[in-house]
Design a protein around this ligand. Structure first.
Ligand code: ADP
Ligand code: ASP
Ligand code: MG
Length: 419
């Protein structure tokens, strides 16, 4: 007998049939004698619709009201699943973020969880064998008591935080793929499922574009040592052997992984924009004049490349920002022109960042050099490069995204063996 958290994403609860299927998965674990807390997302497409309505109501709206609107999707699913469970004879009760409560900071629309009160849940496990069905993605502002949301994909983070709070043996993330793959299986059919992946690698994969887990959920899992198991909700509950090992990926400590490959996975993101500031005076203080105002405007700068301008006397500075911040970044730089002193601004939004990740890179040299060669042979131009201990990222033209990901996927031996 164990304590489990089971999280179901949007596609897994897309309609009443799927919600009933989820209820059967929950019943399966309850029948096996486990205490279960379930975390649910909004039904597929609902959050997008709510976000869109908030935008249409007013382009510039108060984040507190955005949260009041978008948090509603999860409330519906939690109630429906509790009803479905009760209908199957499983004692269940739904919970919203404010009811537990799940306390967060005041960063509306991207709030951080500060504390989860798991005591009421564990009391109900003990006294009534009651399943808790918790609305993911939402919490309550600790100072004001208002509803907050945790950023897109935030139900993963709700699930891991609840698993930590109730001391769950495992946090199962049920989704529309049966695990974490070497790259997005929808883009590269040769991708294969990883049996295990280290927290650090999953953190990089998630923050560099793989949306299978929200970044903060992995951070939380790493800090609190929560074993996270990513698996499919589409399997028929009746077909799952309670004593067997279901297909899926365990996100765990690197020490648990026996056979470490040099490269574990490849992530990509098209949500980048490139800005090049041409013919900047090459003198002390220039970088501060550029990146200071961007930081003040809360714009995250990622890749930075500096090279000599065509005139041989000045310098060109190229960097990337999230596509959503692109227009703002251009305005900030234009405003700071007198302080920076440049001739021209060039920019591109049709770019993509491809990232290669693996803990094995710590002890292997020349991994990135192989990628430069392979992409060069396919005439893919690299606009910018960044590296760190366990990953490197390349900025390329967006049109070459799939070609580049597939090329690197085979280069590092990640293609699954053909049947
Ligand atoms: P949910 O609604 O269950 O939270 P998401 O859509 O947020 O599901 O995440 C699952 C999706 O993540 C998959 O459908 C897949 O296309 C995508 N994905 C991207 N990279 C990967 C990867 N490396 N492994 C598995 N899935 C990935
Ligand atoms: N429903 C929210 C979203 O679509 C949270 C989640 O699904 O994790 O972003
Ligand atoms: Mg998700």
């Amino acid at each position: 007998m164990a304590r489990l958290v089971m999280k179901f994403g949007g596609t897994s609860v897309a309609d009443l049939d799927r919600i009933r299927n989820v209820a059967r998965h929950v019943k399966r674990e309850v029948d096996a004698g486990h205490d279960v807390a379930v975390v649910v997302s909004a039904m597929a497409g609902v959050t997008n619709q709510l976000v869109e309505w908030s935008r249409q109501a007013a382009m510039l709206h108060d984040a507190r009201e955005y949260d009041a609107v978008v948090a509603t999707g999860e409330q519906v699913t939690a109630g429906l699943l509790a009803i479905a469970l009760e209908g199957m004879g499983v004692n269940a009760r739904s919970w919203q973020g404010w009811q537990l409560p799940i306390l967060t900071d005041n960063a509306h629309a991207s709030a951080r969880i500060l504390d989860v009160n798991g005591a009421e849940l564990t009391k109900r496990f003990k006294e009534h064998g009651q399943v808790a069905v918790i609305a993911g993605f939402q919490g309550m502002n600790k100072e004001t008591g208002r509803v907050t949301t945790l950023g897109r994909g935030g139900s993963d983070t709700s699930a891991v935080a609840i698993a930590a709070a109730i001391g769950a043996e495992r946090c199962d993330i049920y989704t529309d793929v049966d695990g974490v793959y070497t790259t997005d299986p929808r883009v590269v059919p040769q991708a294969h499922r990883l049996a295990k992946i280290a927290y650090e690698e999953m953190l990089e994969l998630a923050s560099l574009g793989a949306k299978v887990m929200q970044v903060r959920s992995v951070e939380l899992g790493m800090v609190h040592n929560v074993r996270i198991f990513v698996r499919s909700s589409f399997d028929r509950p009746e077909d799952i052997d309670p004593r067997g090992n279901p297909p899926g990926t365990l996100i765990c400590d690197e020490d648990e992984i026996m056979e470490q490959q040099v490269v574990t996975g490849i992530a990509f993101s098209r949500d980048e924009a490139q800005i090049s500031i041409r013919e900047v005076q090459d003198k002390p203080g220039v970088a501060a004049a550029i990146f200071g105002p961007l930081a003040e405007a809360n714009i995250n700068v990622d890749m930075i490349v500096q090279n000599v301008s065509a005139d041989g006397k000045t310098t060109d500075l190229t960097f990337t920002v999230p596509a959503a911040d692109f227009q703002r970044a251009l305005e900030v730089i234009t405003k700071a022109k007198p302080a920076i002193g440049y001739q021209r601004l060039d920019s591109a939004t049709d770019v993509a960042k491809i990232s290669v990740i693996g803990i094995g890179m710590r002890s292997h040299a020349g991994v990135a050099a192989q990628a430069f060669r392979a992409l060069g042979e396919r005439a893919v131009n690299i606009r910018a490069i960044t590296t760190s201990e366990i990953k490197f990222s390349l900025l390329i033209d967006a049109a070459f995204t799939e070609l580049a990901v597939r090329t690197l996927h085979s280069l590092y031996g990640l293609d699954k063996a053909s049947p």
